[in-house]
Design a protein around this ligand. Structure first.
Ligand code: NAP
Length: 678
C-alpha cells in the first residue's frame, strides 16, 4: 500500500488512523498515495493559528515578511525537481509543471518585492491622505488598514496544487494572517510535498502554515468573524460554502474563484492574411492543451465573425492534429492525461451535453492515440473541438474542464459582446484585433463581465504572457459565475485580507497612532538642523523653518535663460498680463521649488545621502517678482530599509509667501543614513 499523506497540525505531522482513499497516477493508474483526514483536530488547528501563528507573523513588519517570502521562494527554487516529479504523476508535462511550480515560486518573488517597494516597514498601512474634517484643522480623518487577528483558510482546486497554494499564501502572510491550507484531494500529494518543503525550510514562523490533507471536515465551523475562507474550485462547491452557517450568518468572509466559460474573440477586421489570425488560432490551441485544458482560465468559447468560421475551424483542426497525447514525462508529448479517471468522465459528460447544440469538428472524446502509455489505464482524452449550431445554449452554460472548446459565430460587435455575456461572468477574455476602434468597443462591452482582458495583436504578441496566465501584479478573479472574487493584483490582494478603518482624531493623535506626521500636528525644532541627524536621532515632526528670501525679476529671467523655459508667463509682460490666472509675469513653479531647496538644505556632508524625488507637488499661489518666500520642512515618515544601512525619509514641504499663503506643497523624498559620525 502507498504512503498515507499527513496533515500538519499545531507544529507536528498528523497521520489519520485509517487506510484513506487511494490517489492514482493519472497516466498509469498506479497508486501514488492515500489521503484521509479522519480524526484531525481542526479546533486545535484554528486555535494554534490564532494563538501562535498569527501573533508571530504580526510581530514582523511588512518588509520582514517580504524578506521571508523571498527566502522561501529561493529555497523552493532549489527543491523544485521533486515537485516536478510528483506533478507528472498528476498528468502534468514538464511545461505544465513549470506553469504550476515556477509560476508559484515567481508569485512569491513578486509579492516579496512588492512588499518592500510598496508597503511601509511597519505593520499598518495608511490608505490615502488625511481628510480635513473641521475648519480649524484640529479634527482630521485617516483611513488605515490593520491586520485581523484571525485565520486565513485556503481551499484549493486540484489543477494547480503549487501555484494555487502559493498565490493565496503570499498575500495572506504579508497581511499578517496565519494560513490553514486545504488542497484538493486528487493532487494532495503534490501539495503535501510542498508544505513539507516549506515547514522543513524553517523560514516561516511557527504556526504560520498548517495543512489539511483530505476533507475539510468541520473546519469551517471553527471559524469566526475575523477569519476568512478563500476558495478555488467548482461553482457547485462554492454554493455549498456560501450556504455554510459560518459564512451565511457567522460573519466569516468568503472569496470565491469558481469556474468560468472564458472566451476569445477574433475581431471582424482580421483577414486570413493578417498575423492576428495565426495569433488567435495559436492562443486557442495553447489554452486547449496546456494542463490538458484543466485551467480555470482556458478558452472555452471561440467567438469568430460568421464569415471567418470555416477558416478558423480549418486552422484549428490543422494545429490540433499535431498535438501528441501521452506519457507526460516523454519530452515528445505535448499533452498529458487529465488528473484522474473521474475527471475524464466528467469531461466526457460535458462534451455529451455540448453536443446537444454543437457538433464535434475535431477529435473524439472516447478515443485517442496515446504515446508511451496504455490508453485504457490512464485518464487520457485528446483535444475536442466543437462548432455551435445557431442559437446554441450549452456552450454558454457547460464547463468542460479539459481540452475542449467550442467555436461560435457572431454577426456584429454587439452580438459578440452579448454572446460573451452569456457566460454570466468570466475570469478572462481575449480580443484579437489590430483595429483600435474594435478593441475599444469590445473592451467596453466585455470589461463589466470579466476580471481580466487581453487585447492581442502583432504589436504586443512577442511579449504577451498569453490569455491563460494570471499574473501576480494583475487582478485574478471575475464577476458572476466566475465567483465574484478578486485575488492577486499586487498589494490589492494583501489589503483584501486587512481591515480598513476610518479613524477620526486630532493631528497629534493621528501622528502618534500612524507614525506619519499629520498636517496640523506639533512640530519640533530643537535647534539642530534635521539634515544633521541620522535615522537614529531623527524623529517624526522634526522641523526646519527657513529664512525668507525675495524672488526678483532677475531670478526669473536667469532661470528662463538657464533652463530654456521661456514660456510667456515668465518672460512676456504683455501676454502674461492677459493671462486670466496670473495677470502678469510669474516665477516658474520649478524655480520656487529650487529656491526652496536652497532655503532648507544644510550643505555640508552629513547623514542625508540623496534626494530621490518629490511626491504630490502642487503649485497653489502664483509667485511674482518682489514676493517673499520661505519654506517649512517637517519629517513626515521614516522608513528604515531592512537590507541597507540607510532608510527613506519623507519630508512635508510647505513653501509660503509673505502673507503666509502656501505657494507650493509637496513631499521631499530622501535617503538618510541609519547612523552618522560627524
Ligand atoms: P471542487 O470539486 O469544487 O473542489 C475544490 C476544493 O473544494 C477541493 O479542495 C475540495 O476538496 C474542496 N471541497 C469540496 N467540497 C467541500 C466542502 N463541502 N467544504 C470544504 N471544501 C470542500 O473543484 P475541483 O474539481 O478541485 O476544481 C475544478 C474546478 O475549479 C473547475 O470548475 C475550475 O473551473 C475551477 N477552478 C477555478 C479557478 C479560479 O481561479 N477561478 C482555478 C482553478 C480551478 P476535496 O478535493 O477534498 O473534495
Amino acid at each position: 500500500m502507498s504512503a498515507l499523506l499527513q496533515s500538519y497540525v499545531a507544529g507536528r505531522w498528523y497521520a489519520a488512523p485509517d487506510e484513506g482513499t487511494p490517489l492514482l497516477d493519472a497516466a498509469t493508474g498506479e497508486e501514488v498515495a492515500r489521503v484521509s483526514s479522519t480524526g484531525l483536530d481542526v479546533a486545535a488547528m484554528v486555535a494554534y493559528a490564532r494563538e501562535v501563528g498569527g501573533p508571530a507573523v504580526r510581530g514582523l513588519t511588512f518588509h520582514e515578511r517580504g524578506g521571508l517570502l523571498k527566502a522561501l521562494a529561493k529555497h523552493l527554487g532549489v527543491e523544485k525537481d521533486h515537485l516536478y516529479d510528483l506533478s507528472a504523476r498528476a498528468g502534468a508535462t514538464r511545461r505544465d509543471a513549470m506553469i504550476d511550480v515556477d509560476g508559484g515560486i515567481g508569485t512569491l518573488f513578486s509579492y516579496a518585492s512588492k512588499a518592500t517597494r510598496e508597503l511601509p516597514n511597519d505593520t499598518v498601512v495608511l490608505d490615502g491622505p488625511p481628510e480635513p474634517l473641521g475648519k480649524g484643522g484640529t479634527f482630521v480623518g485617516q483611513h488605515l488598514f490593520t491586520s485581523r487577528p484571525g485565520v486565513a483558510v485556503q481551499i484549493n482546486a486540484f489543477n494547480f496544487p503549487v501555484w494555487g497554494m502559493l498565490e493565496k499564501l503570499a498575500p495572506a502572510f504579508l497581511a499578517g494572517l496565519p494560513t490553514i491550507v486545504k488542497p484538493a484531494s486528487p493532487t494532495a500529494y503534490v501539495a503535501e510535498a510542498l508544505v513539507r518543503q516549506i515547514i522543513e525550510s524553517g523560514l516561516l514562523p511557527e504556526g504560520a502554515l498548517q495543512l489539511v490533507s483530505g476533507s475539510a471536515g468541520t473546519l469551517l465551523y471553527e471559524l469566526g468573524p475575523q477569519d476568512s475562507v478563500a476558495f478555488t474550485g467548482s461553482a457547485h462547491t462554492a454554493n455549498v460554502l456560501r450556504d455554510h452557517p459560518s459564512i451565511a450568518t457567522g460573519g466569516v468572509r468568503l472569496t470565491v474563484e469558481a469556474d468560468s466559460l472564458n472566451c476569445s474573440i477574433l475581431g471582424p477586421d482580421v483577414t486570413a492574411d493578417d498575423p492576428e489570425l495565426d495569433l488567435f488560432v495559436k492562443g486557442v490551441v495553447t489554452e486547449m492543451t496546456a494542463k490538458a485544458g484543466q485551467k480555470c482560465t482556458a478558452i472555452r468559447r471561440v467567438l469568430v465573425p460568421a464569415g471567418m468560421a470555416d477558416t478558423v475551424v480549418g486552422a484549428l483542426r490543422d494545429r490540433l492534429a499535431k498535438v501528441t497525447v501521452g506519457d507526460p514525462t516523454d519530452p515528445e508529448v505535448r499533452m498529458g492525461p487529465l488528473a484522474s479517471l473521474a475527471q475524464r468522465d466528467e469531461v466526457r459528460k460535458a462534451v455529451e451535453a455540448l453536443r446537444s447544440t454543437a457538433d464535434v469538428v475535431f477529435g473524439d472524446p472516447d478515443q485517442v492515440e496515446v504515446v508511451g502509455a496504455e490508453a485504457e489505464r490512464g485518464a487520457f482524452l485528446g483535444p475536442v473541438l466543437l462548432q455551435a449550431r445557431p442559437g446554441a445554449t450549452e456552450p454558454h452554460d457547460v464547463e468542460p474542464f479539459g481540452p475542449v472548446s467550442t467555436v461560435i459565430s457572431y454577426e456584429t460587435l454587439d452580438d459578440a459582446v452579448a454572446l460573451a455575456a452569456r457566460g454570466r461572468g468570466s475570469l478572462v477574455g481575449s480580443i484579437v484585433t489590430h483595429d483600435p476602434d474594435v478593441a475599444r468597443t469590445l473592451t467596453l462591452g466585455l470589461a463589466p463581465w470579466h476580471g481580466r482582458l487581453l487585447v492581442l495583436d502583432r504589436d504586443d504578441a512577442g511579449e504577451s504572457t498569453g490569455h491563460g496566465s494570471p499574473l501576480p501584479v494583475l487582478v485574478h478573479g471575475g464577476p458572476g459565475r466566475a465567483g465574484g472574487g478578486e485575488e492577486l493584483g499586487g498589494i490589492r490582494a494583501v489589503l483584501h485580507h486587512m481591515q480598513r478603518t476610518a479613524l477620526q482624531a486630532s493631528p497629534d493623535m493621528l501622528t502618534a497612532i500612524t507614525g506619519r506626521w499629520t498636517t496640523g500636528g506639533a512640530r519640533r525644532d530643537d535647534g539642530t538642523h534635521p539634515f544633521r541627524k541620522s535615522l537614529a536621532d531623527l524623529r517624526v515632526g522634526d522641523t526646519i523653518a527657513s529664512e525668507s528670501r525675495t524672488v526678483s525679476r532677475e531670478d526669473i529671467d536667469r532661470f528662463s535663460d538657464l533652463t530654456g523655459d521661456t514660456f510667456y508667463a515668465h518672460t512676456d509682460e504683455v501676454a502674461a498680463a492677459a493671462n486670466p490666472l496670473f495677470g502678469g509675469i510669474v516665477a516658474h513653479g520649478y524655480l520656487v521649488v529650487s529656491l526652496a531647496a536652497g532655503l532648507f538644505v544644510d550643505p555640508d556632508p552629513g547623514p542625508v545621502l540623496a534626494n530621490f524625488g518629490v511626491d504630490n507637488l502642487r503649485f497653489l499661489t502664483p509667485v511674482k517678482a518682489g514676493d517673499d518666500i520661505a519654506v517649512t520642512l517637517t519629517v513626515k515618515q521614516i522608513t528604515p530599509r531592512a537590507t541597507a544601512d540607510y532608510g527613506e525619509v519623507r519630508w512635508d514641504a510647505v513653501v509660503a509667501n509673505g502673507e503666509g499663503a502656501p505657494v507650493a506643497t509637496y513631499d521631499v523624498l530622501t535617503l538618510v543614513a541609519k547612523s552618522w559620525d560627524a
